[in-house]
Design a protein around this ligand. Structure first.
Ligand code: BGC
Length: 341
């Protein structure tokens, strides 16, 4: 009897310990999901940075990338079944996650949206990003200064290249720029020869530089032949800027040098700025954003106070999401050394 009781005790204790161990692991496990890194942006660097900061904070997190929106949904489903302490996600497609995030919410898993605001859901606890409309506005202010628009200079020709329709950030970036430059367009100091200014006309499927290149080649052939100048291109990120650069090379563009904006200070953007092919970029240091994300994870797991600087303005179609918005930075050849990507 005594012997049996001992065995029972050992088995019971083992069960208890492994059970607790599992609960403990779940308390430390954080899902870190990012878009397809091969379709533009600097998601590999972002993932690596977040992974390091998460681990330093004591969480078990490995950055995971997807191939497309369906793949990301499948990843999310797996995580919901595993019940991690939190899910951090930069959505591949910000419009299709409502259903799977409802499952996460039902399972009691907190969700934190990284960089891109997710639509059709009330399951997101926090959102951290950069001021996305400022990205476009900063590009526009840079151009305003370079071209001396305030003192009435012009007319200059300008075209716009926006990001992907499936990304909530894309219209914010381009409209941030267009809204700021609109008075100069209205006065005729800036002229959009193609007439393409609505988001649907300037958007780039999948943020892919090849798609931007195709559209810009058409525009260059049609409106900027015979040495006619395309003075400015507002490209919403470095990949789209590269699309324009490649298009100019492909058609043998021979007008005045184009001022080309970008975003991300990615490897290609930095190289193109150093080579004099791209004029500026917007630097969004991933470490700044990931640090806020770590605070948000801590808040949902430990009940501590997250860093929040906006509780009213960030709304999807269902709820207002407490957010932290970092301020992006203008970088050109003069201060390119600040980039740590
Ligand atoms: C990000 C950009 C990135 C783009 C393409 C956006 O949502 O904010 O930094 O360049 O996606 O991946």
């Amino acid at each position: 009897m005594k012997f049996l009781a001992k065995i029972f005790l050992v088995v019971f204790a083992t069960l208890l310990i492994t059970g607790c161990g599992q609960a403990d692991n779940q308390q430390r496990q954080v899902a870190l999901l990012f878009p397809n890194p091969n379709a533009g942006g600097i998601w590999k660097q972002v993932g690596a940075t977040c992974e390091i900061l998460m681990r330093e904070a004591g969480y078990d997190a490995t950055a995971q990338f997807c191939t497309d929106a369906n793949d990301q949904i499948a990843q999310l489903k797996e995580w919901v079944a595993k019940k991690p302490a939190a899910i951090v996600i930069a959505a591949q497609d910000t419009g299709v996650l409502g259903e799977v995030l409802a499952d996460a919410k039902a399972a009691g898993i907190p969700v934190i949206a990284y960089d891109r605001l997710i639509m059709h859901t009330d399951a997101v606890n926090y959102y951290a990003s950069f001021e996305n409309n400022s990205v476009g506005e900063f590009q526009a202010r840079y151009v305003e200064e370079k071209l001396n628009l305030k003192s009435g200079a012009g007319p200059f020709n300008i075209e716009f290249i926006a990001g992907a329709p499936e990304d909530t950030n894309a219209p914010l970036f381009i409209n941030g720029a267009i809204d700021y430059l609109k008075p100069y367009i209205d006065k005729g100091q800036l002229v959009v020869q193609s007439g393409q200014i609505a988001f649907k006309d300037v958007a780039t499927e999948g943020w892919k530089k090849e798609n931007a290149q195709r559209r810009m080649e058409e525009i260059l052939r049609k409106y900027y032949g015979d040495g006619k100048s395309l003075n400015v291109v507002i490209a919403s990120n470095d990949d789209l800027a590269e699309g324009l650069i490649n298009a100019e090379e492909a058609v043998g563009y021979s007008g005045a040098k184009t001022i080309v904006t970008g975003q991300d200070a990615g490897e290609n953007g930095v190289a193109n700025i150093k080579a004099g092919k791209q004029t500026m970029t917007i630097y969004k240091n991933p470490a700044d954003l990931c640090a806020k994300i770590v605070r948000m994870v801590k808040a949902v797991v430990e009940g501590s106070q997250p860093a929040i600087n906006d509780v009213t303005n960030i709304k999807n179609d269902m709820v207002t999401i407490p957010s932290y918005l970092c301020i992006p930075m203008i970088v050109d050849i003069e201060n390119i050394d600040v980039v740590k990507n």
